[in-house]
Design a protein around this ligand. Structure first.
Ligand code: F6P
Length: 394
């Protein structure tokens, strides 16, 4: 019997609802076309260290309905050594050496092609290896953050939006009972898609995202004062974990943190700041408590002045994917496998309108942000402002 072509699959970066859907989509097409799938465990770590499992489709019925990733994941960066390079030349040389070693790993792993499912960091690694060697790699964009330029939506995003929106809907009842301010921290490292979509969906009263740095006094303290004067007794602030104050506000308004606090945050292997160590929602709670003018305004208007922070964190990536993400994941998996069959390597699959298209892999490593002049930011601004303005006595 002829040897079957073997396709390795790996998942890297933070996990995300829909990863298993992509894997199942790949397996469906691979089985039908007579290819064999091999699971590479723990992202690039398993790739470098030969940690694999056989993927037999008969054992995985309905895998697309299950959250998380069957293949485990990690934030291992094979190119980490280049951080120590002293010149551009040395950097390029190291990139080439590491890429060649990675190409040799295909043989060790016994795979003919590789499908990499990951965000900008994981796909960035795949892109470099493809540029420096003739490795047969296909990418599939993944992140709950939705911050990849190459695709209209990433799978996992809408599941995470729904979870965050449900949490904020739920927090409203306890906020109302206690007449409290809740600062709800929403994942999304560099981009505010998760925060602005879930914040608008659940009707949050203030929504803070990285793309539009906030002024503590103008965008939070004064809005809360006007809201309380207009009769509002509880307030939900949706705050992206990566939302920052403007430089000016950081210097003039903040008493508990400085620019150094943000600059000196520890980083992950890809150099991304570990934002959970910052905890912006708790910082805001501490800062608000220090504002006497706010306490006075609340008292004058017979409202409690109590603040709490809630970090939604990993609950947003947890659980099963919604139907949209299951279908999107399956379609991306199907098309990724089709690219393998057609020998179209160095590409990634992408949602464009209603269709799944193939784009250069490099597109998957490019970042996308909420457009500050787009309709979603306009909606946010209107929702926040009209809430108190419409109740103010002229
Ligand atoms: O990149 C996706 C993401 O979910 C970010 O929104 C968040 O900052 C990060 O992962 C958290 O990563 P970890 O699971 O390593 O704490």
């Amino acid at each position: 019997m002829a040897k079957k072509t073997k396709v390795g699959i790996l998942t890297g970066g933070g996990d995300c609802p829909g990863l298993n859907s992509v894997i199942y989509g790949i397996m469906l097409k691979a089985f039908d076309a007579g290819y064999e799938c091999v699971g590479i465990l723990k992202g690039w770590k398993g790739f470098l260290e030969n940690i694999t499992i056989p993927l037999n489709i008969a054992e995985h019925d309905d895998l697309h309905t299950v959250g998380g990733t069957l293949l485990y994941t990690s934030r291992t960066n094979p190119f980490e050594p280049i951080k120590k390079a002293k010149s551009e030349h040395e950097k390029e040389q190291l990139k080439k050496e590491i890429s060649e070693k990675m190409l040799a790993q295909f043989k060790t792993l016994g795979i003919d092609a590789l499908i990499v499912i990951g965000g900008d960091d994981t796909l960035g690694v795949a892109d470099t290896v493809c540029k420096k060697t003739n490795a047969k790699i296909i990418g599939c964009p993944k992140t709950i953050d939705n911050d990849l330029l190459g695709t209209d939506y990433t799978f996992g995003f809408w599941s995470a939006v729904q979870l965050a929106s449900n949490s904020m809907d739920n927090l409203t009842t306890t906020a109302r009972s206690h007449q409290r301010i809740f600062v709800v921290e929403v994942m999304g490292r560099d981009a505010g898609f998760l925060t602005i979509y879930s914040g608008i969906s659940s009707g949050a009263d203030i929504i803070l995202i990285p793309e539009t740095p906030f002024d503590l006094k103008k965008h939070i303290v004064e809005v809360l004062q006007r809201r309380v004067r207009a009769g509002h007794k509880y307030h939900i602030i949706a705050c992206s974990e990566g939302a920052y104050p403007t430089q000016e506000s950081l210097e003039k308004d903040f008493q508990t943190i400085s620019k150094e606090t943000i600059d000196n945050l520890p980083k992950d292997p890809f150099g991304n700041p570990l934002l959970n160590k910052l905890n912006m929602s708790q910082i805001l709670v501490e800062e608000l408590k220090l504002r006497d003018e706010l306490a006075k305004e609340f008292e004058k208007n017979d409202a409690n002045f109590e603040c709490r922070s809630v970090v939604l964190g990993h609950t947003m990536r947890a659980g099963t994917p919604n139907s949209f993400d299951r279908i999107l994941g399956l379609r991306l998996g199907l098309h990724a496998m089709k690219l393998v069959i057609d020998n179209e390597f160095g590409k990634m699959v992408s949602l464009r309108g209603e269709e799944i298209k193939a784009l250069p892999l490099a597109e998957g490593a490019k970042k996308k942000y909420v457009a500050p002049d787009g309709d979603i930011v306009e909606l946010r601004n209107l929702m926040v402002k009209i809430r108190y303005k419409s109740r103010e006595i002229e």
